[in-house]
Design a protein around this ligand. Structure first.
Ligand code: FES
Length: 154
């Protein structure tokens, strides 16, 4: 089936199998390997923005994303610079590994877009869908709070 979609600001058209997952389209067809597959668990490592909402790309067929706008971790920086949350992850020591960090960044950017000053419990609840084995999430929570504080002081 023919699909057309915008990914990280660039238009793509492709002929894909109807059963192809959006995750596999991004990784295998477009080479955007920052979005990770967890091999069938539900860790949410495949999280991307679809039309401005964070979703698990392994739960969506590529054909279902026809006409959509996708943003992956490769497209989330701003003018070649880390976005505020990426910078806060770095500063607060919240970066865990290349597997879960991209999904954490996408999911928490979505949270901050919806709620510019989330409480710790709201941050932790939001992270229900993105599981990282390497973290107690403490520094992740601090990174989100740092962005919220910076935005409040502008
Ligand atoms: S790859 Fe497991 S939730 Fe998407």
């Amino acid at each position: 089936m023919q699909i057309s979609l915008k990914v990280n600001g660039q238009e793509y058209s492709a002929d894909v199998e109807p059963r192809l997952l959006l995750l596999d389209f991004l990784r295998d067809h477009l080479g955007l390997t920052g979005t990770k597959s967890d091999g069938g668990s539900t860790s949410g490592s495949c999280t991307v923005f679809l039309n401005g909402v964070s979703v698990k790309s392994s739960y969506i067929l590529a054909v279902q994303a026809d006409g959509s706008e996708i943003v992956t971790i490769e497209g989330i920086s701003q003018n070649g610079e880390l976005n505020p949350l990426q910078a806060a992850f770095w500063e607060m020591g919240a970066v865990q590994n290349g597997f879960s960090t991209p999904a954490l960044i996408i999911a928490l950017t979505d949270l901050l877009n919806r709620n510019s000053n989330p409480s710790e419990s709201e941050i932790r609840a939001w992270l229900d869908g993105v599981i990282s084995r390497d973290t107690g999430y403490q520094n992740v929570v601090r990174a989100v709070q740092k962005v919220a504080e910076t935005q409040a002081n502008r």
